[in-house]
Design a protein around this ligand. Structure first.
Ligand code: MN
Ligand code: MN
Length: 320
């Protein structure tokens, strides 16, 4: 059942009131939610250009531009599910990366126990590992991972828990089933082939940007649907999957990337999968003087919210 319209958020003028994600009501109690929108303002895992800690606040601000009914699918997520902004994960140990990751895991464990599907705004990509540790604790999950990078390196500067390593750790820790992982949009020179090699050797399907262009959006959707099947599936969207022409405000821009309409098409193609949550990461507002990257991030969050709400409502039998 959907949340009642909240005069302080979705139905206030869009320039007014406190900017929650998509103007959803601020609800800290997970028992009142089917889907929690969560900010994870953390970038201690970013190696070169940090600033992703400012992502959630800017995405909240720009997300007041999003509306309810999807223009293609006609999904209105707010009619299908109880959706609220749960605020941000707190970081009392912000200078300590591993303690902070543990804080993230504890936050998402409360969502798992309450049966709430999370949709998060990062934060650098290292946050996906502690999220998966919570929500995939009982069963490894599949993942649709849209990114310029595989994020399966072994370590960076002596750390095993950076934004370049989360999905290698997730496989090693048994929270991610690599045979049900599809990585899309991969590109850019690396200093070694170890990340690409780990992805391929572990059984992930890696779709480099050249193959993506050759296949086209619809064929890639068919391929990812075949591979992830009907098991529980997480969506991780790194904003640097997009060409920096569309999303320059990010830590590791790589030219030659996806267009916004291609990425939106991909996300719409996830409808009907057994989606359990998702994230949009690596928006770094200090590198984006126009604010457009945060708008793009908010829009991708809305696209994921639509397909996630559809999946959640199907599981709960609350769909139309
Ligand atoms: Mn990434
Ligand atoms: Mn990336």
């Amino acid at each position: 059942m959907a949340n009642e319209p909240n005069a302080t958020s979705r139905f206030a003028p869009r320039y007014a009131e406190i900017p929650t994600f998509m103007r959803a009501p601020l609800i800290r109690d997970p028992s009142k939610l089917d889907i929690a929108l969560v900010g994870v303002p953390f970038d201690a895992g970013a190696e070169n250009r940090p600033g992703q800690r400012h992502g959630p606040r800017e995405i909240r601000n720009m997300s007041s531009l999003t509306r309810s009914v999807h223009h293609v699918t006609k999904i209105n997520p707010y009619e299908l599910c109880r959706i609220g902004d749960m605020g941000d994960v707190a970081f009392p140990w912000a200078f300590d990366l591993e303690k902070s990751h543990a804080d993230i895991t504890r936050f998402y464990e409360t969502l798992r126990e309450a049966g709430v599907a999370p949709l998060s705004a990062g934060g650098d990509h290292s946050i996906s590992l502690p999220i998966l540790r919570a929500i995939a604790a009982r069963q490894p999950v599949g993942m649709v991972h849209i990114d310029a990078h595989t994020d399966t390196c072994d370590e960076e500067l002596g750390s095993r828990f950076t934004h370049g390593t989360p999905f290698r750790r997730a496989v090693e820790e048994g929270v991610l089933d690599p045979r049900r992982v599809v990585q899309i949009g991969i590109r850019g020179a690396q200093n070694s082939e170890e990340g690409w090699a780990f992805s391929l050797d572990s059984g992930m399907r890696v779709i480099f940007i050249e193959e993506f262009s050759q296949l086209g959006v619809e064929a890639v959707i068919a391929e990812l649907r075949r591979l992830v099947g009907d098991g529980p599936t997480y969506v991780s969207f790194d904003i640097d999957s997009l060409d920096p022409a569309f999303a320059p405000g990010t830590g590791t821009p790589e030219v030659g990337g996806l267009t916004t309409i291609e990425a939106q098409g991909l996300l719409r193609g996830l409808r009907g999968l057994n989606l359990i949550g998702g994230d949009v990461v690596e928006v770094a507002p200090p590198f984006d003087p126009t604010g457009n990257t945060a708008l793009v991030g908010a829009t991708m969050m809305y696209e994921i919210l639509c397909v996630l709400a559809d999946a959640v409502s199907q599981r709960k039998g609350t769909g139309k």
